[in-house]
Design a protein. Structure first.
Length: 397
């Protein structure tokens, strides 16, 4: 188990920095702590930090065994059940959310009918809409973090000690003052983000092995990063107009989703929609995922610069792998829901129809798929000029 000092540093980063977009939790604010059961030691440290900050914690433990029983036994009526009054009250009550990811078994839903998983996922759309609306209004922040487990480390071909070494290094938990180190890094990320937002980009052209993809930015978009929404977080991302996506892209990192593994993902887009979805392993699950409402459209495009990220090992977990540094950084796109905070304006003033008109995708799904191979990203500006945006793992402009 990680040392008490390391867990305390981790909890301080999450509660006193990540939440509140760098400002931390304030007295009397309510923090909803959700944790996978193996993460209990970190959950206790987080709980303690919330109390020390003067906040009010609400705790929910999640165990994979319940999910296995649910998907094995639930009828369609039970798959569709949504506790609306309870969930509405929860969203109204909380000011922050923390989710501590700690899979006991990365493949705990192996063999479960994919259609049952997708059906149950669809029922949570209203919950996500309520959370989005509260976040758009500036009344909710959230963060995700990883607690290393034996089986996940094994899946990444690392010892548990080496796995925690990556977590420690990536999250600056070995620094004398981890919070100050994060402030320095986020300041650097935000400088790059500001430079990107000063560019009047019309579209992006991504080329790599088995990849030739065009992404239309859309109107009133901005790049985001360095907000504390994930720890660690080095990526700079945007939510483009889904209608401007054309071409194909291959992904060389495995996708861990719904307690299963999908490998060798390849997608083709035409007029903004996925027209071909292939995988070398578990293609059936990929196709079921894409079949969900609007999950055949892009919700996010992201790049990670190797100058920011300290992650140099495959971690078999999206939170870390989407921030992979290594030799060439990474690029990833998400199928499904867009991020409203990528809107360059007052999100509170927009209606559902406004979001749709701007090409922001709305879906119960949001799945990040990652490529770490060398790539080049060109940007076409609104005046027709082309510039090199990203190459050899770094922003190049």
């Amino acid at each position: 188990m990680p040392s008490e000092k390391l867990l305390n540093n981790y909890a301080q980063v999450l509660i006193n920095f990540a939440l509140g977009s760098g400002a931390g939790v304030k007295p009397k604010e309510v923090v909803y702590i959700q944790y996978d059961s193996p993460a209990l030691p970190l959950a206790l440290a987080v709980y303690r930090q919330v109390l020390l900050a003067g906040g009010n914690p609400i705790v929910k433990s999640i165990d994979e065994e319940f999910a296995k029983v649910f998907y094995s036994q639930a009828s369609n009526t039970q798959l569709d059940f949504f506790p609306e009054k309870y969930t509405r009250a929860l969203v109204d009550t909380i000011d922050h959310r923390v989710y501590l990811i700690a899979p006991k078994d990365p493949f705990y839903l192996k063999g479960i009918d994919a259609q049952k998983i997708m059906r149950a996922n669809a029922k949570n759309k209203l919950y996500r809409q309520w959370l989005d609306a509260k976040e758009d209004a500036g009344k909710l922040t959230w963060t995700l973090a990883l607690y290393g487990t034996e089986k996940q480390a094994k899946e990444a071909n690392l010892s548990l000690k080496s796995y925690w070494g990556q977590i420690t290094k990536a999250c600056f938990l070995d620094e004398v003052d981890p919070l100050e180190k994060w402030r320095e890094v986020f300041k650097e990320v935000q400088v790059m983000q500001k430079r990107l937002n000063a560019l009047p980009i019309e579209k992006l052209h991504v080329t790599a092995k088995n990849t030739d993809l065009w992404i239309g930015m859309g109107e009133k978009r901005k790049w985001m990063g360095g907000s504390g929404r994930n720890i660690p977080s080095f990526e700079i991302f945007t939510s483009p107009d889904w209608r401007g996506t054309q071409g194909h892209i291959a992904f060389d990192l495995p996708l861990y989703r719904y307690g299963n593994l999908i490998e060798g993902v390849y997608l083709e887009f035409k007029n903004g929609q996925v027209v071909k979805a292939k995988a070398t392993k578990n293609e059936k699950l990929l196709k079921e995922l894409v079949k969900q409402k609007n999950a055949d459209k892009i919700g996010e495009y992201s790049l990670t610069d190797v100058r920011f990220s300290r992650i140099n090992k495959f971690m078999a977990n999206t939170l870390f792998d989407e921030n992979f540094g290594g030799k060439y950084g990474n690029t990833h796109l998400a199928l499904g829901k867009s991020y409203h905070d990528c809107y360059a304006g007052d999100a509170k003033k927009l209606t559902e129809a406004d979001w749709a008109k701007l090409g922001y995708n709305d879906s119960p799904e949001h799945t990040d798929i990652i490529a770490k191979s060398d790539r080049k990203v060109m940007a076409t500006l609104k005046n027709g000029k082309e510039i090199l945006l990203y190459e050899k793992g770094s922003f190049a402009f």
